[in-house]
Design a protein around this ligand. Structure first.
Ligand code: ADP
Ligand code: MG
Length: 352
Protein backbone atom coordinates (compact mmCIF):
# COMPACT_ATOMS: atom_id res chain seq x y z
CA UNK A 1 0.00 0.00 0.00
CA UNK A 2 2.90 2.31 0.81
CA UNK A 3 6.30 1.86 -0.82
CA UNK A 4 9.23 3.98 0.22
CA UNK A 5 12.46 3.25 -1.59
CA UNK A 6 15.88 4.77 -0.81
CA UNK A 7 14.33 7.96 0.47
CA UNK A 8 16.65 10.80 1.49
CA UNK A 9 15.78 14.33 2.53
CA UNK A 10 18.15 17.20 3.14
CA UNK A 11 17.26 20.45 4.87
CA UNK A 12 20.00 22.61 3.40
CA UNK A 13 23.08 20.52 3.98
CA UNK A 14 21.55 18.62 6.93
CA UNK A 15 20.59 15.05 6.08
CA UNK A 16 17.35 14.51 8.03
CA UNK A 17 16.33 11.26 6.25
CA UNK A 18 19.12 8.97 5.13
CA UNK A 19 18.36 6.27 2.53
CA UNK A 20 15.19 4.92 4.12
CA UNK A 21 13.25 2.02 2.55
CA UNK A 22 10.17 0.19 3.78
CA UNK A 23 6.88 -1.13 2.53
CA UNK A 24 3.54 -1.30 4.25
CA UNK A 25 0.81 -3.70 3.25
CA UNK A 26 -2.85 -2.85 3.10
CA UNK A 27 -4.45 -3.08 6.52
CA UNK A 28 -1.23 -2.96 8.54
CA UNK A 29 -0.96 -0.74 11.61
CA UNK A 30 2.64 0.44 11.84
CA UNK A 31 4.40 2.40 14.52
CA UNK A 32 7.19 4.84 13.75
CA UNK A 33 9.19 4.91 16.92
CA UNK A 34 12.06 7.26 17.51
CA UNK A 35 13.35 10.03 19.70
CA UNK A 36 12.66 13.67 18.90
CA UNK A 37 14.53 14.77 15.81
CA UNK A 38 14.78 11.22 14.42
CA UNK A 39 13.02 12.19 11.19
CA UNK A 40 9.54 10.75 11.79
CA UNK A 41 7.57 13.87 10.90
CA UNK A 42 9.76 14.50 7.88
CA UNK A 43 9.04 11.03 6.47
CA UNK A 44 5.32 11.40 7.19
CA UNK A 45 5.20 14.81 5.54
CA UNK A 46 6.86 13.33 2.46
CA UNK A 47 4.48 10.37 2.21
CA UNK A 48 1.50 12.71 2.48
CA UNK A 49 2.90 14.86 -0.32
CA UNK A 50 3.40 17.95 1.83
CA UNK A 51 7.16 18.01 1.60
CA UNK A 52 9.61 17.58 -1.23
CA UNK A 53 12.48 15.12 -0.97
CA UNK A 54 16.01 14.90 -2.22
CA UNK A 55 16.22 11.34 -3.47
CA UNK A 56 14.23 8.13 -3.75
CA UNK A 57 10.71 6.95 -4.60
CA UNK A 58 7.46 7.10 -2.70
CA UNK A 59 4.21 5.52 -3.85
CA UNK A 60 0.81 5.07 -2.27
CA UNK A 61 -1.45 2.31 -3.58
CA UNK A 62 0.87 2.04 -6.58
CA UNK A 63 0.63 5.75 -7.36
CA UNK A 64 3.87 7.71 -7.46
CA UNK A 65 3.63 10.72 -5.14
CA UNK A 66 5.63 12.89 -7.56
CA UNK A 67 4.04 11.77 -10.81
CA UNK A 68 0.47 11.91 -9.58
CA UNK A 69 0.29 13.79 -6.26
CA UNK A 70 -3.45 14.52 -6.42
CA UNK A 71 -4.45 10.88 -6.79
CA UNK A 72 -1.95 9.71 -4.17
CA UNK A 73 -3.09 12.30 -1.65
CA UNK A 74 -6.74 11.29 -2.10
CA UNK A 75 -5.88 7.93 -0.52
CA UNK A 76 -4.36 9.47 2.58
CA UNK A 77 -5.86 11.03 5.68
CA UNK A 78 -3.23 13.01 7.53
CA UNK A 79 -3.25 14.15 11.13
CA UNK A 80 -0.18 16.36 11.49
CA UNK A 81 1.61 16.93 14.78
CA UNK A 82 -0.26 20.23 15.12
CA UNK A 83 -3.57 19.86 13.25
CA UNK A 84 -4.36 23.04 11.31
CA UNK A 85 -7.75 23.61 12.88
CA UNK A 86 -9.64 26.81 12.20
CA UNK A 87 -10.49 27.48 15.79
CA UNK A 88 -13.04 30.19 15.08
CA UNK A 89 -15.16 27.72 13.14
CA UNK A 90 -17.78 25.42 14.58
CA UNK A 91 -16.94 21.73 14.40
CA UNK A 92 -19.47 20.83 11.73
CA UNK A 93 -18.71 23.97 9.75
CA UNK A 94 -15.01 23.05 9.78
CA UNK A 95 -15.67 19.51 8.57
CA UNK A 96 -17.91 20.77 5.76
CA UNK A 97 -15.07 23.11 4.82
CA UNK A 98 -12.60 20.19 4.69
CA UNK A 99 -15.17 18.23 2.66
CA UNK A 100 -15.30 21.01 0.05
CA UNK A 101 -11.51 21.39 0.09
CA UNK A 102 -11.01 17.69 -0.59
CA UNK A 103 -13.72 17.73 -3.27
CA UNK A 104 -15.37 14.67 -1.76
CA UNK A 105 -18.13 13.00 -3.76
CA UNK A 106 -20.11 11.24 -0.99
CA UNK A 107 -23.41 12.83 0.18
CA UNK A 108 -22.14 15.64 2.39
CA UNK A 109 -24.41 15.65 5.43
CA UNK A 110 -24.53 11.86 5.75
CA UNK A 111 -20.77 11.47 5.28
CA UNK A 112 -19.79 14.10 7.85
CA UNK A 113 -22.47 12.83 10.24
CA UNK A 114 -21.08 9.32 10.01
CA UNK A 115 -17.52 10.49 10.74
CA UNK A 116 -18.66 12.59 13.69
CA UNK A 117 -20.40 9.59 15.21
CA UNK A 118 -17.37 7.37 14.60
CA UNK A 119 -14.95 9.68 16.42
CA UNK A 120 -17.62 10.63 18.98
CA UNK A 121 -17.91 14.35 18.36
CA UNK A 122 -21.55 14.35 17.26
CA UNK A 123 -22.48 16.10 20.54
CA UNK A 124 -20.25 19.13 19.84
CA UNK A 125 -21.06 19.75 16.16
CA UNK A 126 -22.28 23.28 16.82
CA UNK A 127 -19.55 24.32 19.26
CA UNK A 128 -16.65 26.57 18.35
CA UNK A 129 -13.43 24.58 18.03
CA UNK A 130 -11.57 27.05 20.26
CA UNK A 131 -13.90 26.24 23.16
CA UNK A 132 -13.24 22.50 23.03
CA UNK A 133 -10.89 20.54 25.29
CA UNK A 134 -7.62 19.31 23.80
CA UNK A 135 -8.97 15.76 23.60
CA UNK A 136 -12.01 16.90 21.64
CA UNK A 137 -9.88 19.06 19.37
CA UNK A 138 -7.73 16.08 18.56
CA UNK A 139 -10.88 14.15 17.66
CA UNK A 140 -11.89 16.95 15.32
CA UNK A 141 -8.43 16.59 13.73
CA UNK A 142 -9.10 12.86 13.31
CA UNK A 143 -12.49 13.63 11.78
CA UNK A 144 -10.81 15.97 9.28
CA UNK A 145 -8.37 13.22 8.32
CA UNK A 146 -11.26 10.80 7.78
CA UNK A 147 -13.21 13.05 5.41
CA UNK A 148 -13.34 11.36 2.00
CA UNK A 149 -12.81 7.86 3.48
CA UNK A 150 -9.09 7.52 2.71
CA UNK A 151 -7.65 3.99 3.03
CA UNK A 152 -4.45 5.21 4.65
CA UNK A 153 -4.21 7.22 7.86
CA UNK A 154 -1.00 8.96 8.85
CA UNK A 155 -1.07 10.07 12.45
CA UNK A 156 1.84 12.12 13.77
CA UNK A 157 2.14 11.86 17.56
CA UNK A 158 -1.65 11.93 18.01
CA UNK A 159 -1.67 11.78 21.80
CA UNK A 160 0.91 14.46 22.61
CA UNK A 161 -0.41 16.88 25.21
CA UNK A 162 -3.45 14.80 26.15
CA UNK A 163 -4.26 13.65 29.66
CA UNK A 164 -4.22 9.92 30.49
CA UNK A 165 -7.97 9.49 30.04
CA UNK A 166 -7.89 11.24 26.67
CA UNK A 167 -4.87 9.17 25.64
CA UNK A 168 -6.81 5.96 26.26
CA UNK A 169 -9.78 7.28 24.30
CA UNK A 170 -7.59 8.23 21.33
CA UNK A 171 -5.80 4.86 21.46
CA UNK A 172 -9.15 3.07 21.41
CA UNK A 173 -10.16 5.18 18.44
CA UNK A 174 -6.94 4.26 16.59
CA UNK A 175 -7.52 0.57 17.31
CA UNK A 176 -11.05 0.88 15.96
CA UNK A 177 -9.83 2.68 12.81
CA UNK A 178 -7.09 0.06 12.43
CA UNK A 179 -9.73 -2.55 11.61
CA UNK A 180 -10.34 -1.08 8.19
CA UNK A 181 -7.47 1.31 7.50
CA UNK A 182 -3.77 1.13 6.83
CA UNK A 183 -2.20 3.25 9.56
CA UNK A 184 1.18 4.78 10.28
CA UNK A 185 1.37 6.17 13.76
CA UNK A 186 4.41 7.99 15.11
CA UNK A 187 5.39 8.26 18.70
CA UNK A 188 8.37 8.60 20.95
CA UNK A 189 6.42 6.69 23.59
CA UNK A 190 6.92 2.97 23.47
CA UNK A 191 3.86 1.87 25.36
CA UNK A 192 1.79 3.73 22.81
CA UNK A 193 3.25 1.77 19.90
CA UNK A 194 3.07 -1.49 21.82
CA UNK A 195 -0.59 -0.91 22.64
CA UNK A 196 -1.71 -0.18 19.11
CA UNK A 197 0.73 -1.45 16.48
CA UNK A 198 1.44 -4.88 15.04
CA UNK A 199 4.74 -3.78 13.56
CA UNK A 200 7.27 -1.21 14.63
CA UNK A 201 9.82 0.68 12.55
CA UNK A 202 12.47 2.21 14.76
CA UNK A 203 13.96 5.39 13.34
CA UNK A 204 17.08 7.03 14.70
CA UNK A 205 19.07 9.88 13.19
CA UNK A 206 17.24 9.64 9.90
CA UNK A 207 17.82 5.91 9.46
CA UNK A 208 15.73 2.81 10.03
CA UNK A 209 17.46 0.67 12.61
CA UNK A 210 14.77 -1.97 13.05
CA UNK A 211 11.58 -3.15 11.36
CA UNK A 212 9.83 -5.95 13.17
CA UNK A 213 6.94 -6.97 15.40
CA UNK A 214 7.22 -5.75 18.98
CA UNK A 215 7.45 -9.37 20.12
CA UNK A 216 10.16 -10.41 17.66
CA UNK A 217 12.20 -7.34 18.48
CA UNK A 218 12.06 -8.26 22.13
CA UNK A 219 13.11 -11.84 21.30
CA UNK A 220 16.05 -10.78 19.16
CA UNK A 221 17.28 -8.47 21.85
CA UNK A 222 16.62 -10.65 24.85
CA UNK A 223 19.88 -10.73 26.68
CA UNK A 224 22.04 -13.22 24.74
CA UNK A 225 18.97 -15.44 24.41
CA UNK A 226 19.46 -16.33 28.03
CA UNK A 227 17.05 -18.40 30.04
CA UNK A 228 16.18 -17.91 33.67
CA UNK A 229 15.56 -21.04 35.74
CA UNK A 230 14.39 -20.95 39.34
CA UNK A 231 15.41 -24.17 41.06
CA UNK A 232 15.21 -25.43 44.65
CA UNK A 233 18.75 -26.75 45.10
CA UNK A 234 22.26 -26.33 46.38
CA UNK A 235 23.70 -23.35 44.51
CA UNK A 236 27.21 -24.71 43.84
CA UNK A 237 26.03 -28.21 42.86
CA UNK A 238 23.45 -26.84 40.45
CA UNK A 239 25.94 -24.42 38.86
CA UNK A 240 28.15 -27.41 38.06
CA UNK A 241 25.26 -29.55 36.86
CA UNK A 242 23.86 -26.87 34.54
CA UNK A 243 27.29 -25.99 33.17
CA UNK A 244 27.75 -29.61 32.10
CA UNK A 245 24.62 -29.64 29.91
CA UNK A 246 25.50 -29.99 26.23
CA UNK A 247 24.92 -26.71 24.36
CA UNK A 248 25.16 -24.49 27.44
CA UNK A 249 27.75 -21.75 27.04
CA UNK A 250 27.65 -20.28 30.51
CA UNK A 251 25.65 -20.29 33.71
CA UNK A 252 25.48 -17.51 36.28
CA UNK A 253 23.70 -17.68 39.61
CA UNK A 254 21.48 -14.68 40.23
CA UNK A 255 21.28 -15.57 43.92
CA UNK A 256 18.72 -16.85 46.38
CA UNK A 257 15.13 -15.86 45.56
CA UNK A 258 12.64 -17.72 47.73
CA UNK A 259 12.68 -20.62 50.19
CA UNK A 260 15.66 -22.64 49.07
CA UNK A 261 15.34 -21.59 45.42
CA UNK A 262 18.00 -19.89 43.32
CA UNK A 263 17.71 -18.17 39.96
CA UNK A 264 20.22 -19.16 37.30
CA UNK A 265 20.82 -17.30 34.07
CA UNK A 266 21.69 -19.89 31.43
CA UNK A 267 23.23 -18.76 28.15
CA UNK A 268 23.11 -21.32 25.32
CA UNK A 269 25.57 -21.52 22.46
CA UNK A 270 24.43 -19.78 19.27
CA UNK A 271 21.38 -21.32 17.56
CA UNK A 272 21.04 -23.96 20.24
CA UNK A 273 17.89 -24.78 22.13
CA UNK A 274 18.95 -26.21 25.49
CA UNK A 275 15.60 -26.06 27.23
CA UNK A 276 14.77 -29.76 27.11
CA UNK A 277 18.30 -30.78 28.18
CA UNK A 278 18.30 -28.34 31.09
CA UNK A 279 14.91 -29.54 32.22
CA UNK A 280 16.03 -33.16 32.02
CA UNK A 281 19.21 -32.42 33.99
CA UNK A 282 17.34 -30.76 36.82
CA UNK A 283 14.81 -33.57 36.92
CA UNK A 284 17.46 -36.28 37.05
CA UNK A 285 19.29 -34.55 39.86
CA UNK A 286 16.07 -34.85 41.85
CA UNK A 287 15.65 -31.10 42.23
CA UNK A 288 12.52 -29.06 41.66
CA UNK A 289 12.31 -26.38 38.99
CA UNK A 290 9.80 -23.71 40.00
CA UNK A 291 9.96 -21.64 36.82
CA UNK A 292 11.81 -21.52 33.53
CA UNK A 293 11.57 -18.61 31.10
CA UNK A 294 13.38 -16.47 28.53
CA UNK A 295 15.17 -13.48 29.89
CA UNK A 296 13.19 -11.09 27.69
CA UNK A 297 13.52 -7.37 27.83
CA UNK A 298 10.80 -4.80 27.40
CA UNK A 299 10.51 -2.75 24.25
CA UNK A 300 11.32 0.24 26.42
CA UNK A 301 14.76 -1.18 27.21
CA UNK A 302 15.34 -2.19 23.58
CA UNK A 303 14.53 1.27 22.45
CA UNK A 304 16.86 2.90 24.92
CA UNK A 305 19.66 0.49 24.11
CA UNK A 306 19.33 1.15 20.40
CA UNK A 307 18.93 4.87 20.40
CA UNK A 308 21.34 5.64 23.22
CA UNK A 309 24.14 3.87 21.46
CA UNK A 310 24.51 6.65 18.87
CA UNK A 311 25.89 4.02 16.49
CA UNK A 312 23.15 2.81 14.13
CA UNK A 313 25.38 0.07 12.73
CA UNK A 314 25.91 -1.28 16.22
CA UNK A 315 22.16 -1.16 16.80
CA UNK A 316 21.57 -3.19 13.63
CA UNK A 317 24.16 -5.74 14.69
CA UNK A 318 22.35 -6.13 18.00
CA UNK A 319 19.27 -6.97 15.98
CA UNK A 320 21.13 -9.39 13.76
CA UNK A 321 20.54 -7.23 10.70
CA UNK A 322 23.29 -7.23 8.09
CA UNK A 323 24.51 -3.64 8.05
CA UNK A 324 25.09 -3.58 4.30
CA UNK A 325 21.63 -4.72 3.31
CA UNK A 326 19.63 -4.00 6.45
CA UNK A 327 17.35 -1.49 4.86
CA UNK A 328 17.05 -2.98 1.42
CA UNK A 329 16.03 -6.30 2.94
CA UNK A 330 12.85 -4.73 4.28
CA UNK A 331 11.35 -4.73 0.80
CA UNK A 332 8.80 -7.44 0.17
CA UNK A 333 10.30 -10.60 -1.27
CA UNK A 334 9.53 -11.02 -4.91
CA UNK A 335 8.83 -7.37 -5.35
CA UNK A 336 10.68 -5.65 -8.12
CA UNK A 337 12.08 -2.27 -7.38
CA UNK A 338 13.31 -0.06 -10.13
CA UNK A 339 16.97 0.63 -9.45
CA UNK A 340 17.50 3.24 -12.11
CA UNK A 341 15.13 5.68 -10.45
CA UNK A 342 17.40 5.81 -7.42
CA UNK A 343 19.91 7.79 -9.38
CA UNK A 344 17.58 10.55 -10.30
CA UNK A 345 17.75 13.58 -8.04
CA UNK A 346 14.13 14.41 -7.45
CA UNK A 347 13.71 17.72 -5.86
CA UNK A 348 10.39 18.67 -7.27
CA UNK A 349 8.43 20.64 -4.74
CA UNK A 350 5.06 19.21 -3.94
CA UNK A 351 2.80 21.64 -2.25
CA UNK A 352 -0.40 21.08 -0.34
P1 ADP B 1 10.82 13.85 14.53
O1 ADP B 1 9.46 14.04 13.96
O2 ADP B 1 11.27 12.43 14.56
O3 ADP B 1 10.97 14.51 15.87
P2 ADP B 1 11.64 15.64 12.41
O4 ADP B 1 11.32 14.93 11.15
O5 ADP B 1 10.69 16.71 12.85
O6 ADP B 1 11.88 14.58 13.57
O7 ADP B 1 13.08 16.29 12.29
C1 ADP B 1 14.21 15.56 11.85
C2 ADP B 1 15.40 16.48 11.84
O8 ADP B 1 15.29 17.45 10.81
C3 ADP B 1 15.62 17.25 13.13
O9 ADP B 1 17.00 17.31 13.39
C4 ADP B 1 15.06 18.61 12.83
O10 ADP B 1 15.72 19.60 13.58
C5 ADP B 1 15.35 18.76 11.35
N1 ADP B 1 14.32 19.57 10.68
C6 ADP B 1 12.99 19.35 10.66
N2 ADP B 1 12.34 20.26 9.93
C7 ADP B 1 13.28 21.12 9.48
C8 ADP B 1 13.25 22.30 8.65
N3 ADP B 1 12.10 22.76 8.13
N4 ADP B 1 14.42 22.90 8.40
C9 ADP B 1 15.59 22.43 8.90
N5 ADP B 1 15.69 21.33 9.67
C10 ADP B 1 14.57 20.68 9.96
MG1 MG C 1 7.83 14.85 14.82
Amino acid sequence: MIEVKSLSKKYGSYLAVDDVSFSIKKGEVIGFLGPNGAGKSTIMNIITGYLSFTKGNVSVDGIDIIENPEAAKKRIGYLPEIPPLYVDMKVKEYLYFIYDLKKVKFPKVAHIGEIMRLVKIDDVGNRLIKNLSKGYRQRVGFAGALVGNPDVLILDEPTVGLDPKQIIEIRDLIKKLGRNHTIILSSHILSEIQAVCERVIIINKGQIIADDTPDDLAKKLSYDNSLIARIVCDEEDMLKALSSVTGVKSVVSLGKKENGAYDFSITPMEDTDVRAAVYEKVNRSGKTMLSFSSDTVSLEQIFLRLTESGDNDEARRMLGIDTDSGQASEAEPGETVSEESEEKENDSSIQA
